[in-house]
Design a protein around this ligand. Structure first.
Ligand code: SF4
Length: 348
């Protein structure tokens, strides 16, 4: 960024954006509130989930946990259950812990300062800026991928968005165009980034900023944002054993800090006595953000009551069935597998 860029030269861009937002803001349930609890939940829900996909989940979550007190006093398993379908379950675990932090450290009152909000478990600079600006008139831009994209195009700026300094760099650029009403500005940038200045095929003809956008006037939109480093996904192999008998099967909650922490899963190993009961194996491929999983799920139908009891006695598994398993959260590939298991103990 050139050192001589002055705010007074660019402030009109932010003001234009606000005017556009006044008329075009998306009508979303969390737009009608300044309740920091609801804004916080919505920011976390929609961080990695598209609005259309997550809206029902958000509404159900707020219905069950309408305030920080209700959330803090709930069991973690129930919070995970209400997060079902949104993925990235560590977000739900963090939300739950942060709600208890608010009760214990802030007397149950949501902190209003950016620096304090940032102390909550699972809250990063983006979320803290969004909540403090929307609910408390805070003055920090909520810089995320939308900001990187829109700003790099407006300024035809080739700063690499995968650079570790990108956040600070684009925060400075954001300050150049940022008007007084930072809360609306942040929401306007979110809307512009997702509705108009999309990653592919942006709708420049409809964009309120097209006159000011350097990439547009240079006809170089496809060159921005610049991203050089791609995070390479690693491969990981997992084996699960779906041990079942008469419509019941065995599960356990994951404790370790690895993927799928706190979700329920099938046994990862079985005793030698159960090996003869393996009927089939299913191979599943599943992608996480930075992992490509190859999962083998063995169908172990235990005909012998003695072997079934011995295995249960030796391990701390929970016995469940299809109906009761709906009360628990499973990783997606295992949930899909259970859905194929019919109550008549057959695979459909
Ligand atoms: S003119 Fe096009 S590239 Fe520029 S900000 Fe608008 S939508 Fe994005």
């Amino acid at each position: 960024m050139e050192k001589n860029k002055k705010k007074s030269d660019f402030l009109h861009i932010g003001n234009k954006l606000l005017k556009w937002y006044d008329k075009n803001a998306r009508d979303l349930p969390f737009r009608n509130t300044k309740d920091p609890y609801k804004i916080w939940i919505c920011e976390i829900v929609f961080q990695q989930t598209r609005i259309a996909q997550g809206l029902n989940h958000y509404n159900n979550f707020i219905k069950r946990f309408p305030d920080v007190q209700t959330l803090a006093s709930a069991e973690e398993d129930e919070v995970l259950l209400y997060w079902k379908g949104l993925g990235y379950y560590s977000r739900a675990i963090n939300i739950h812990k942060a709600s208890q932090q608010i009760i214990n450290d802030y007397n149950g009152i949501f902190p209003s300062e950016y620096e304090e909000i940032l102390k909550l478990k699972g809250v990063g600079k983006y979320t803290a800026a969004a909540v403090s600006s929307i609910c408390f008139n805070g003055k920090m831009p909520a810089v995320d991928g939308n900001f990187y994209r829109v700003l790099s195009r407006i300024f035809a700026d080739d700063f690499d968005v995968s650079n570790s300094r990108a956040f600070n760099y684009f925060s400075q650029l954001a300050h150049l165009i940022m008007p007084e009403n930072v809360g609306d500005f942040n929401q306007a940038m979110m809307d512009l980034g997702s509705e108009i200045c999309k990653p592919r095929n942006p709708l420049c003809g409809e964009c309120p900023l097209n006159i000011d956008c350097l990439a547009f006037s240079l006809n170089k939109i496809s060159e921005f944002p610049v991203k050089t480093k791609k995070v390479k996904a690693t491969d990981l192999e997992l084996k699960y054993y779906f041990v079942h008998r008469n419509g019941e099967f065995l599960i356990r909650q994951r404790k370790d800090d690895f993927i799928w922490k706190k979700l329920f899963e099938f046994p990862l190993e079985i005793s030698d006595e159960l090996i003869p009961f393996i009927k089939s194996v299913k191979n599943v491929h599943h992608k996480l953000t930075h992992k490509n999983l190859s999962i083998e799920i063995f169908n172990v139908e235990v005909y012998s009551e003695e072997a079934w009891k011995a295995f249960i006695d030796e391990n701390d598994y929970i016995i469940t069935n299809v109906e009761n398993s709906h009360e628990k959260s499973f990783p997606k590939p295992l949930e899909n597998y259970i859905q194929k298991y019919d109550v008549s103990y057959k695979f459909l």
